[in-house]
Design a protein around this ligand. Structure first.
Ligand SMILES: [Zn+2]
Length: 115
């Protein structure tokens, strides 16, 4: 039995397959500053699936990372072999977090712009 999120994932893959102007998969990532909208365990589960989608479509990712540097980097590290590059915006981490993110090839950081 499919959940709504799973059905949406399958539909999204179909839509992307028909569109030729899609240049990235997004917005993907984690936002622990907005846990009232989605718990961390659900965000982590679907962040992993977003890598699967980007890999299937061979597209870079438009990423969001706020207050979630450790989990974000762990998930990115597990999926680095199927990561085609991207940019992470809403970055709120420390200088160490920044260095860790920039250690991944083809990953760039956008400054915090969401209020
Ligand atoms: Zn965002």
């Amino acid at each position: 039995m499919y959940t709504l999120a799973c059905l949406m994932f399958v539909c999204l893959m179909s839509i992307i397959g028909y569109l030729r102007k899609v240049v990235a998969i997004g917005e993907c990532g984690l936002d622990y500053d907005r846990l009232q909208f989605c718990p961390a365990d659900v965000q982590k589960k679907y962040f992993e699936k977003q890598f699967e989608l980007a890999h299937l479509m061979k597209l870079p990712m438009f990423l969001h990372m706020r207050e979630a540097a450790a989990d974000f980097c762990d998930i990115l590290d597990r999926n680095k072999n199927r990561f085609y590059g991207g940019v992470a915006h809403s970055f709120t981490g420390s200088a160490e977090d920044c260095d860790k993110l920039l250690s991944f090839s083809n990953l760039y950081i956008g400054k915090y712009t969401c209020y």
